[in-house]
Design a protein around this ligand. Sequence first.
Ligand code: NDP
Ligand code: N5H
Length: 258
Amino acid sequence: MNLSLEGRTYVVMGVANKRSIAWGIARSLHEAGARLIFTYASERFGKAVRELADTLEGENNSLFYECDVTNDEAIIQTFENIQNDVGVIHGLAHCIAFANRDELKDEFLNTSRDGFLTAHNISSYSLTAVARAAKPLMSEGGSIITMTYLGGEQVVQNYNVMGVAKASLDASMKYLANDLGKHNIRVNAISAGPIRTLSAKGVGDFNQILQEIEERAPLRRPVTQEEVGDTAYYLMSDLSRGVTGEVIHVDSGFNIIG
Ligand code: NDP
Ligand code: N5H
């Protein structure tokens, strides 16, 4: 089987900086020979994304588009632009989430209507909106992946409204897998263990969370962006051609511990 992604093009959404999980995914796909298309929420991060992409070794024909996923017009326009520029894409990595910082502490009970809707809008609905816009570009079949977290399956202290949004994201992933399977488009989620990223900064006591992983996870260590990236590579490659609607935990096995 050909494990190279040469000749294939993948959209990576959600690189904020070099610590981003999306950047780990981008590097794995690039090493496998893929052409990359990056989208970012606003020009505030556009420059950083371009500079990072410049650090990729070898041929670098990456493309860049601004795409705020709260804006339906922006999503449609972005994928129309991508279609005009490259024609066909073979996959998409959705690595986007947001909740107001003040909803990520204390009790879920205090979640505001506005905070609930914001978290679900950006972290869950966006997958469906993006999948719909990307579908016409996946005329040769494709693989869509999204990033989820254990807090959508079980209660994790402080994850609060993001946990409810991830449960909605996980269910959306499965319904999308059912709708898109007949077009040879697979849809899966990677459930990553805690990784120190910009999003994770300043939320909860991250040191304590990592310490628990070191003490209790079967592998006794946290996972890295590279490990998530390599699972994304598997999901984008033909190795995973029979896998859709699945959540793969890349979390040192922590989710099996009661
Ligand atoms: P980052 O902060 O690096 O990435 C979050 C990204 O979300 C940013 O690139 C940000 O874009 C993007 N984003 C937020 N709002 C919007 C919007 N309106 N439109 C477009 N993009 C938006 O953090 P991570 O890499 O940690 O997060 C990536 C994914 O991984 C998230 O879904 C997260 O829930 C998930 N995850 C993370 C874990 C962890 O421990 N870090 C564990 C399990 C899952 P911009 O920077 O341009 O604003
Ligand atoms: C149990 C935990 C720790 C507590 C909860 C953390 C939840 C984090 C997820 C969201 C996405 C973080 C978030 O929205 C932060 C924003 O309020 C503030 N940050 C920003 O605006 C920055 C600048 C931008 C880049 O961030 C975004 N998102 O746009 C969970 C952890 C153990 C694991 C974890 C961190 C999971 C996860 O989903 O990210």
